[in-house]
Design a protein around this ligand. Structure first.
Ligand SMILES: *Cc1c(COP(=O)(O)O)cnc(C)c1O
Length: 402
């Protein structure tokens, strides 16, 4: 490699890290020694506050107070508390996000509830790039409701909405392509869907904690997302669901569980949904995971999403600069769009031997992941990834692909 190029990239990395206003947050994370961890696209790392919170929840709350924990330790309100913390990151006012169940379950809930808000419209519109679990849920929901699913390339959504909008009840979409990291225009697509009279459901798994989505300002109807990727809630931490205030008292919950009843302790024979976001709750929440999630979200305290976005763009942009200098002429190429407004939190690199190279990267201290057939994903987390790590990761990659 050209020594002059590598020296100037190294200096650039140091300069960018030194000027980083979020640098102090990295200390909150428990990062693996000797490894550059770039797999927040799958599972975010532990934050140090989680260990103590979980120990206290188990030993003191459950161990000593047992059932009184539901009230004395605030277990009952934990889904709403964690929801509000996440809501701040999503541009949602308090009382519109709740944490409950898995993304897959809440996708089903949101999609069916949204379809029921547009009776008579027979089409669910989604994208050809849809995430697998969302795809399976969409197909099943459509069979149950006697609807048709139409999947179009992301670039064609607006055209379909204009041409066939009156048949479409729901637009179900992901603002970030989970493979390439391409970022779509959530605001513009939500406006276009509303102009056609459709309800919007957004799957925010690769956006939450990374890109500002401004759900309230954009008038989004419903959204769901996981908490174990960039939000670092831990393996299998429960998902979140956002229901815009105007729908909370009218949406017809397809999984009407006692936790979402207006009188959950009334033991009534018929379901009467709570007139609030609580209606999106289903059954008894997993409290230990909830407590871990709440503690993990502390890493975002006092962090503004605009700062997060700025830092994220700096990391992905620097990755691409390094790739242009170091990977040009190799068999590896960046698959993520170069324009800032079209990229989110990870950079995808395309190579015919991606699975093998991901394994070799790991053997050489860089944890990235592979998505079939030929993509490697590098998740750059604005709260702990450094530009020096980005530079080191691209250098390691270069040594493996030349
Ligand atoms: C990770 C991810 C999911 C995960 O669903 P789970 O029910 O949590 O397993 C769903 N949708 C998208 C777009 C994802 O990236």
């Amino acid at each position: 490699m050209n020594v002059r190029v590598s020296e100037s990239l190294n200096e650039e990395a140091e300069r960018l890290d030194a000027a980083d206003p979020l640098a102090h947050v990295r200390k909150r994370f428990v990062l693996p020694a000797g490894q550059i961890y770039m797999e927040s696209t799958c599972l975010g790392p532990l934050t140090s506050s989680v260990s103590a919170a979980v120990r206290e929840a188990v030993d003191v709350q459950w161990g000593r107070r047992l059932i009184d924990g539901w009230w004395e330790d605030g277990w009952w309100e934990a889904p709403a508390r964690a929801g509000d913390k996440i809501g701040r990151l999503l541009g949602a006012a308090p009382g519109q996000v709740v944490v409950s169940d898995s993304t897959t379950v809440q996708l089903f809930n949101a999609l069916v509830a949204a379809s029921r808000l547009r009776p008579g419209r027979k089409v669910i519109l989604s994208v050809t790039t849809q995430f697998p679990t969302a795809r399976y849920i969409t197909d099943s929901a459509a069979r149950m409701l006697d609807l048709t699913v139409r999947r179009v390339p992301p670039a064609e959504i607006e055209r379909y909405l204009r041409a066939d909008g009156e048949a479409i009840g729901v637009l179900l979409h992901e603002p970030v392509d989970f493979r390439t990291g391409e970022l779509y225009d959530l605001a513009g697509l939500t406006r276009a869907a509303h102009a056609a009279g459709c309800v919007t459901v957004w799957d925010l798994c690769h956006a939450a904690g990374i890109v500002p989505v401004d759900l309230d300002a954009n008038d989004v109807d419903m959204a769901v997302g996981c908490t174990y990727k960039y939000l670092c809630g831990g393996p299998g931490s429960p998902a979140f669901i956002y229901v815009g205030g105007r729908h909370q008292n009218v949406f017809d919950q397809p999984l009407p569980g006692w936790n979402g009843h207006e009188y959950p302790f009334g033991m009534r024979d018929t379901y009467q949904g709570a007139p609030s976001i609580a209606r999106a709750r289903i059954g008894t929440p997993p409290i230990i995971s909830m407590i871990a999630l709440e503690a993990a979200l502390d890493a975002y305290d006092a962090v503004d999403m605009r700062q997060v976005r700025q830092r994220s763009l700096s990391l992905t942009g620097f990755f691409m600069t390094c790739a242009e200098e170091l990977l040009t002429g190799t068999a590896a190429s960046v698959a993520t769009p170069r324009e800032p407004q079209r990229r989110a939190g990870h950079v995808a690199v395309c190579h015919g031997d991606a699975p093998k190279i991901v394994q070799e990267l790991r053997d050489n201290g860089v944890a990235a992941d592979h998505r079939p057939p030929d993509l490697m994903r590098f998740g750059l987390h604005p709260l702990y990834t450094t530009h020096r790590e980005v530079y080191a990761a691209v250098c390691t990659l270069r040594d493996l692909v030349v």
